[in-house]
Design a protein around this ligand. Structure first.
Ligand SMILES: Cc1cc2nc3c(=O)[nH]c(=O)nc-3n(C[C@H](O)[C@H](O)[C@H](O)COP(=O)(O)OP(=O)(O)OC[C@H]3O[C@@H](n4cnc5c(N)ncnc54)[C@H](O)[C@@H]3O)c2cc1C
Length: 727
């Protein structure tokens, strides 16, 4: 068998703009072995500008508009980091994100677009929604439209800027207000000079008339002096009320680039014909944030799109010693401008067409562009040799092995094996054999608890995996009501070059240290080695003065309280199958990466407690029931689910551990139901499941929620019986 190839080079894509999105797609189809790709973007999705006016008008929904960068990164085998770059050092090849995280690269590329933020007039930053970034604009517009529909705000809106973007937005907004909120649009477009500067007078006149016909008043040669909440004051002292103010007055380069040693033109990164930053051959810049020194062009998505194949080829060449290609932009391009309702105008070489057919053409082009990012299939399984041992084919055809807790061994197998272990004869070990955690006699008559856990990688980001693995390992310590004390790390790195081994390990330890030190624990050592894939685990200890909380103290009548939504297994399986939305994956990661120390402190008087992990909610609840010799009723409608978990389960997505978990929780009476199936979903760094005095349950839930965490009563403990589900 071919051993996995080592990773020797880091490619960092800063910004998920149109060029980088296309490059990721190309990379997924033709990866360069030995390279780890990272893409950094403030959000899991990047909206496609061509469809923004159609979305504002109500012709598209939000999903139509969004390029899902998390899915795309998964397709490309790339690491996605949610973050915003705010510093670049092209000499030492580092990028610093706004949360202080520093990323290094061998080859980097910038595709961060522009901003429509303006320093003047006064009040702009507080009261105006800039068209760029597009996602913020799309969100704020939806909020405004909802408020208009409920008559909670006047329907008046202002668009600042009479360029193509401002006009498209004004016409789209007028259409939406008329059709979706049922209100007569009162929209004003304010332009400092004349609308559509640089276009023929006949075009300008056409758009003036079109705007007026659609209820948009046009104020040309007007200067805004101040912007306040819901109104703008003009230089002639006349003021205009507006519930929504859109800023589309010209693109500007991002300010943070000015503090870098890069050569800039008006704030844009100057690049040569190969798209490399002048003087910095290891950094490329593309799309709106770049200035093409050899062939300057206006800022337009069409150039960003056409740069993708050249950037892809040049990145590969720079990482593998090939020669670079030149990018020669076209001199003109067809401008397709939407006119509010499903009608558009096409303009090229001075010739103009308009009407519903042009809109249909634009719609076809835009949807085809977006289809490239939606029709992604998971990587195919490697071809098997012609002759293999019996059973290999069947296993290879089964659900692909999940990462995180989905990769664990099933509960029934473990129970059988552990039954053969010699019972613990020592008096300083207070628990029996067979659990993943134990209670030992501690110092000064107290107790020490010990546990261990590790996770097979489910993310390409070692720092995230380290954080989640630390929280996952601490779950048992928290569940026993103990205070974290120490940790030993067990790290398996994939094959890496020496410098990458150093940087990956440093990143992992820093991320883990961040978690343990915040919980008052110290990493005192550990072991590392190289293996086929990334794997991170910790052995942890904790201290408690009084007897640790076990699984065996639940009493009939106790309320069952759960502190995190379930569904991480199905979301991670859905991500592998390219069926999960990026926003669901990020929300699941956020949930897994939430510490539970403060919640555990509030649950210090629980009668029984466990952390919900590999065996799923049903499996771990069954363990409490067996250890406490009780039964339980689960109220399925109260069980919280992660966003997207039900949707994926309904599509038939299941974790690879699902069947084993269902078999393990055989004492639970379940009717076939998608929601009930999620009770067998393995959880990574899942919530705490506590049996508490019913008189205190609601108070505990409120307290936990008041400190910013989640908690819900999901059922109750009964006299001994089979577990039951009620809806
Ligand atoms: C209303 C409107 C309509 C338009 N319609 C068209 C059209 O029909 N045709 C056309 O050709 N052009 C159109 N444009 C112009 C088009 O939007 C841009 O030219 C195009 O989006 C540029 O793509 P890009 O790759 O440079 O970056 P963008 O698409 O702007 O993407 C930049 C990405 O980088 C991310 N980012 C920003 N800052 C950072 C940071 N510091 N760190 C990390 N990531 C960061 C952003 O979140 C975003 O995801 C329109 C513009 C607007 C405002």
């Amino acid at each position: 068998m071919q051993p996995p190839l080592p990773i020797t080079r880091e490619l960092l894509l800063i910004g998920g703009g149109h060029t980088h999105a296309l490059v990721l797609r190309m990379w997924g189809m033709k990866p360069l072995p030995g390279v780890r790709v990272t893409v950094v973007n403030p959000e899991p999705t990047a909206p496609y500008s061509g469809m923004l006016p159609g979305f504002i008008a109500g012709h598209y929904n939000r999903e139509d508009l969004d390029i899902d960068l998390v899915r795309l990164a998964r397709f490309a085998g790339a690491r996605f980091i949610r973050g915003r770059a705010e510093k670049i050092d092209p000499i030492n090849r580092t990028v610093t994100l706004e949360d202080g995280r520093e990323l290094t690269y061998h080859i980097g590329a910038l595709d961060i677009g522009v901003t429509s933020e303006m320093k003047t007039p006064d009040g702009f930053s507080k009261h105006v929604t800039p068209a760029k970034p597009l996602s913020g604009f799309a969100n704020n517009w939806q909020i405004f439209l909802r408020r208009c529909s409920n008559n909670a705000t006047p329907a008046g809106a202002v668009v600042i800027g009479g360029g193509v973007a401002g006009i498209e937005l004004a016409l789209a907004m007028a259409h939406a207000l008329r059709t979706q909120s049922g209100q007569t649009p009162q929209i004003t477009l304010i332009e400092r000079n004349q609308i559509l500067p640089g276009m023929k007078q006949s075009r300008q006149q056409f758009f003036r008339e079109r705007l007026l016909q659609n209820g948009v008043s046009v104020l040309e040669n007007s200067r805004i002096t101040r912007i306040e909440q819901d109104r703008l004051i003009l230089a002639d002292a006349h003021d205009i009320g507006a519930g929504f103010i859109a800023g589309a007055a010209g693109a500007q380069a991002q300010v943070w680039l000015q503090n870098s040693p890069l050569t800039l033109e008006n704030g844009y990164v100057t690049v040569d014909e190969t798209l490399r930053a002048i003087d910095h051959p290891t950094l490329f810049a593309v799309g709106d944030c770049a200035h093409l020194s050899h062939a300057p062009r206006p800022k337009a998505g069409v150039f960003a799109v056409r740069q993708a194949p050249v950037l892809f080829s040049n990145l590969r060449a720079s990482l593998s010693g090939g020669s670079l290609k030149s990018y020669n932009p076209q001199s003109d391009y067809m401008k397709l401008i939407s006119l509010g309702k499903k009608s558009a105008l096409a303009d090229k070489w001075g010739v103009m067409f308009r009407g519903p057919r042009v809109w249909q053409l634009k719609d076809r082009i835009d949807r085809k562009f977006m289809d490239q990012f939606n029709d992604l299939s998971p990587m195919s399984k490697p071809d098997l040799p012609r002759v293999v041992a019996d059973g290999v084919k069947e296993l290879m055809q089964a659900t692909p092995l999940c990462g995180g807790c989905g990769a664990k061994i099933g509960g029934l197998t473990l129970t059988k094996i552990l039954a053969n272990i010699t019972p613990n004869p020592r008096t300083d070990i207070l628990t029996g054999t067979g659990d993943d955690a134990a209670v030992l006699k501690g110092p000064n008559g107290g107790f020490q608890v010990i546990s261990t856990d590790h996770l097979r990688s489910f993310t390409h980001d070692p720092a995230i995996l380290a954080r989640i693995a630390a929280i996952h390992a601490l779950g048992d310590i928290w569940a026993m009501g103990a205070t974290p004390q120490s940790a030993l790390a067990n790290i398996v790195l994939p094959p890496l070059s020496n410098d990458l081994q150093h940087s990956w390990l440093a990143e992992i330890m820093e991320a883990a240290q961040g978690i343990f030190s915040r919980q008052g624990a110290t990493i005192i050592g550990g072991h590392s080695s190289t293996g086929a894939e990334l794997n991170i685990g910790f052995t942890v200890t904790g201290l408690r003065r009084t007897k640790p909380i076990g699984k065996n103290g639940a009493r009939p009548g106790d309320a069952l309280l759960l502190t995190k939504p379930i569904g991480t297994g199905v979301i991670l399986a859905g991500e592998m199958a390219m069926k999960a939305r990026g926003s669901w994956v990020m929300a699941a990661i956020d949930s897994m990466a939430r510490c539970q120390g403060e919640t555990a402190n509030l649950l210090g008087n629980a009668h029984a407690m466990t952390d919900v992990t590999g065996f799923g909610l049903a499996g771990h609840l069954g363990e409490i029931a067996r250890a406490s010799d009780v039964g339980y009723i689960l109220n399925l409608n109260n069980v919280p689910f992660l966003e997207g978990a039900l949707e994926l389960a309904e599509k038939g997505v299941r974790s690879s551990l699902f069947e084993a978990n269902r078999a393990y929780a055989k004492n639970l009476i379940v009717s076939p139901d998608t929601k009930a199936d999620l009770l067998f979903d393995p959880q990574t760094a899942g919530g705490l499941l506590a049996a508490v005095d019913p008189a205190t349950a609601e108070k505990l839930v409120s307290k936990i929620i008041s400190i910013g965490y989640s908690a819900q009563v999901i059922g109750q403990i009964t006299e001994k019986s089979a577990g039951q589900i009620v809806h």
